[in-house]
Structure formats: C-alpha cells, structure tokens
Design a protein around this ligand. Structure first.
Ligand SMILES: [Ca+2]
Ligand SMILES: [Ca+2]
Length: 184
C-alpha cells in the first residue's frame, strides 16, 4: 500500500479525535477529572497494600536505602578531602588495612558491635576533617542502630590505598542481608 492510498484511507474515514473523545465520554459516563481521581485512589490503595503485606521488610529496605546514601556520602566526602589535600588522607584514618574503624565521637567501644567487618575499639572522629571543612553537614549515623557516639558506619584504608566505607549492620530483606559497602 503506497503512502498516497494510505492517506486517502485516513481522509475517507475522516478521523476526528475530539469528536470521538466526546462520544466515548458520553458512552462511558465519566469525565477526565473523575478518571484522574479514580487512578489516584487506586495508586494510594496499591501503595498501602504493598506496605501492609510486609511492613517489616519495607522498613528494612527503606533503612538499607538510607544506609547506601550515607555510605556514599561519607566516601564522597573523604575522596574530596584527599583530592583537596594533595593525596593526603585524613590523619585519623589508620594504616592497618586488616581492621576497620567505626565513625563516632565516643573515645572507645566503637567495636561493641559491628557485624560486617572486624574493627578496632577506638572510634574514628572525622568531624574536624569532614564537617568543619564543609565536606558533610554532619557525620551520618545508621538509621536504626547508630548515634553520634557510634555511627555504626565503618571506614578502612586498604593496602592498595583504596578507601572502603560500609554499614556495620544492614538489615535482612527477607532471606538475604545485603552488603552495604562502597569503595573508591
Ligand atoms: Ca584500618
Ligand atoms: Ca551495630
């Protein structure tokens, strides 16, 4: 079928969209606004059902998403610090690559419970390096188990010089517990 005969057919059927929409509305008996309201109500109900089926899991997923955001923010801040300081790492990051340090302002007991990695007791306070220098508004803390004293986020300088930042205690999502860890 050539283009000419195709356009001829369109002309022949005389498609008039606004006229057709009017006809559909007349038959179906609803307006566009009513349709939008119905779709909105269905969406809200669907979200409510999604949460109601397994609220604990949804909460765990939301917390883990926050942990990813926090870990990435800490890593970006440390990376920016290193770049701005001609390759020098924050002095409080130790050179022992086999153990991690947990971010916090407490003097000790930061290893009281960190499920993901082996850590040292001394907390690492990055406030002066990262917050006072404007790389972070505050040091992030785990949404469930962290506080300013013991954030439940850890950092390690690997033997290669790569920085690892991770969450000590991510939550299980169903049968699996994700590893929340970023490196640069
Ligand atoms: Ca270390
Ligand atoms: Ca913990």
């Amino acid at each position: 079928m050539g283009i000419n005969s195709f356009s001829f057919k369109i002309r022949k059927y005389n498609i008039n969209w606004s006229e057709n929409v009017k006809k559909i509305r007349k038959v179906a008996g609803f307006t566009l606004m009513e349709l939008i309201i119905v779709i909105a109500i269905i969406s809200i109900l669907a979200a409510a059902v999604f949460w109601a089926i397994n609220p604990a899991r949804r909460l765990a997923e939301a917390n883990n998403a926050q942990r990813w955001t926090d870990v990435t923010a800490i890593l970006s801040a440390v990376s920016a610090y290193i770049v701005d300081n001609d390759g020098d790492y924050p002095a409080v990051i130790d050179d022992n690559s086999s153990t991690s340090q947990v971010l916090g302002t407490d003097s000790g007991t930061c290893d009281s419970y960190c499920g993901a990695v082996s850590t040292v007791a001394s907390c690492i306070n990055l406030t002066a390096d990262l917050v006072d220098n404007g790389y972070l508004p505050t040091i992030p803390t785990d949404p469930k188990t962290g506080d300013v004293g013991n954030s439940d986020y850890y950092i390690n300088k690997e033997s290669t010089g790569i920085i690892t930042v991770g969450a000590c205690d991510p939550e299980a999502e169903g049968d699996t517990t994700p590893t929340i860890r970023a490196q640069r």
